[in-house]
Design a protein around this ligand. Structure first.
Ligand SMILES: Cc1cc2nc3c(=O)[nH]c(=O)nc-3n(C[C@H](O)[C@H](O)[C@H](O)COP(=O)(O)OP(=O)(O)OC[C@H]3O[C@@H](n4cnc5c(N)ncnc54)[C@H](O)[C@@H]3O)c2cc1C
Length: 432
């Protein structure tokens, strides 16, 4: 079958394996030369692509819930949206959630995803009590911060390269409202944007939409959104679905000018420097999920998300240089999201570090990869790194420079013979 992930590029010829139970999963793993697990395919690039795919998504049962402690035990194919549908009305939310709820728990662990509260709550793995992992020889091991610690640290953020996650116990957090009290702050340049993040550092959630085509003194102008859960006791949850993009847009429909107009309208619609409004969970955390198949607006060649992070000390200078380079190239991005991150955890190849990260969507077109290669050089110069969950083209050399623990990760893979068994198109490209 032809298989692609969220960016629609590349398209891989893959055989998909489904399994009934642990024994049949073991047989698949033992019989196939090389495999990779796949969740809901919401990674942008080629991390969940390979010749042989193990589809973990059908394994989507809730196993148990400890109401006193908020501990939820689920199979790895459960979607975050399933958890929200069942638990928000009961006053529970995810401790860490990315900008889409349409991912599996297995995918959340494998990418060690983060959300708008990284500066307070860290990555998804911080909410993981334990999970069970099937190794290359079919053995099942329980992994937690106390048990099989090395496997835990390698698998959280390990992009499926340590084995197949079967199920996991995660800690939920108590909420007392389905609303978030959001403050929106309009900033004029990157300095003001950084100052605003600093000012709202104690807010549980913060994120900025940045106008990546702004030039000169306007570089870094943004809408910063900060928020906290309300406390009004109103607890319901109804998923929003407004619109579905029915077909791939023609590729000319998205260009520098449409992005400029969009950015002008988006920024311009916010009149006041600071405004406050209560917003529901879906609007605050998952605005894009309400548009089904929104990836089709990038046309049939697909798109990629370029996400990098820079350490705190070099974030400002690095971002200015990167934004200048993008703006000069004229290759704009509707979606340009800036976030402040807290301390890194000690997982081997998790993406976050203390600093700022920018994520930008670009349609695949001539000249794009040259631009991204140029951005890579700036990222490396400022001691940053690229996020594998979004990546589809980074080179081995650039990747390695960003991840100082990569050799530890490679060693562990060798020890357990994972490198002989679990490989993706991405892992081969970056030489993990
Ligand atoms: C609109 C949108 C917004 C996003 N926002 C964010 C964000 O804010 N923060 C963030 O961190 N990420 C974000 N992402 C990325 C997304 O959260 C990750 O790519 C996530 O890993 C996707 O999960 P999935 O279930 O779709 O997994 P897939 O895309 O299918 O797989 C992703 C990786 O997980 C591995 N994997 C999946 N299931 C298993 C399993 N059972 N056992 C072992 N390995 C497994 C795969 O091998 C692969 O390496 C966003 C993606 C989209 C489309």
């Amino acid at each position: 079958m032809s298989l692609k992930s969220w960016g629609g590029y590349p398209i891989s010829k893959s055989i998909e394996f489904k399994f009934e139970n642990n024994d049949s999963l073991k047989s698949i793993i033992l019989e196939q030369e090389s495999v990779i697990a796949r969740g809901n395919g919401r990674s942008y690039g080629d991390s969940a692509l390979s010749n042989n795919i193990i589809n973990a998504k059908p394994h989507d049962h809730f196993i148990s819930f400890n109401e006193e402690q908020g501990l939820l035990h689920v199979q790895s194919g459960v979607l975050l949206s399933d958890i929200l549908n069942s638990f928000v009305p009961r006053g529970w939310f995810l401790k860490v959630t990315p900008g889409t709820k349409l991912i599996t728990v297995g995918g959340a662990i494998a990418s060690d995803v983060h959300g708008k509260n990284h500066h307070i709550a860290g990555c998804f793995s911080e909410s993981v009590e334990s999970f069970r992992l099937m190794l290359p020889d079919g053995q099942i091991v329980e992994c937690s911060k106390l048990e099989n610690t090395e496997l835990f640290k390698a698998s959280c953020g390990g992009m499926g390269l340590t084995g197949v996650i079967l199920d996991a116990t995660i800690q939920l957090k108590r909420i007392n409202s389905q609303y978030i009290n959001q403050t929106t702050i309009k900033t004029k340049n990157l300095k003001e944007t950084f100052d605003t993040f600093e000012k709202y550092k104690s807010s549980e959630y913060s994120v900025a939409w940045i106008d990546c085509l702004a030039t000169n003194d306007d570089i870094g102008k943004s809408l910063v959104m900060a928020g906290e859960f309300g406390n009004d006791g109103k607890l319901g949850y109804k998923s929003k679905k407004k619109l579905t993009i029915p077909f791939n847009f023609p590729s000319f429909s998205l260009n520098k000018w449409t992005v400029k107009i969009f950015n002008w309208l988006y920024y311009g619609k916010v009149k006041n420097t600071t405004s406050k409004q209560p917003v529901d969970i879906d609007s605050f955390f998952y605005p894009l999920d309400s548009i089904g198949d929104w990836n089709k607006i990038y046309g049939k060649n697909g798109f990629t998300q370029y996400q990098f992070i820079l350490p705190m000390a070099s974030s400002y200078d690095g971002l200015i240089e990167i934004l200048q380079t993008i703006s000069k190239s004229g290759k704009g991005s509707f979606l340009a999201v800036l976030k402040l991150y807290g301390k890194a955890n000690d997982n081997y190849i998790s993406f976050p570090m203390e600093g700022y990260s920018l994520a930008l969507d670009f349609k695949i077109e001539k000249g794009l990869f040259d631009l991204l290669d140029e951005l890579d050089q700036i990222v490396v110069k400022y001691k940053g790194r690229i996020y594998l969950a979004k990546d589809v083209r980074v080179s081995k050399a650039i990747f390695e420079q960003g991840y100082p623990n990569i050799d530890k990760f490679r060693e562990l893979r060798k020890t357990y013979k994972m490198n002989d068994k679990f490989n993706s198109l991405q892992s081969k490209r970056v030489g993990i």
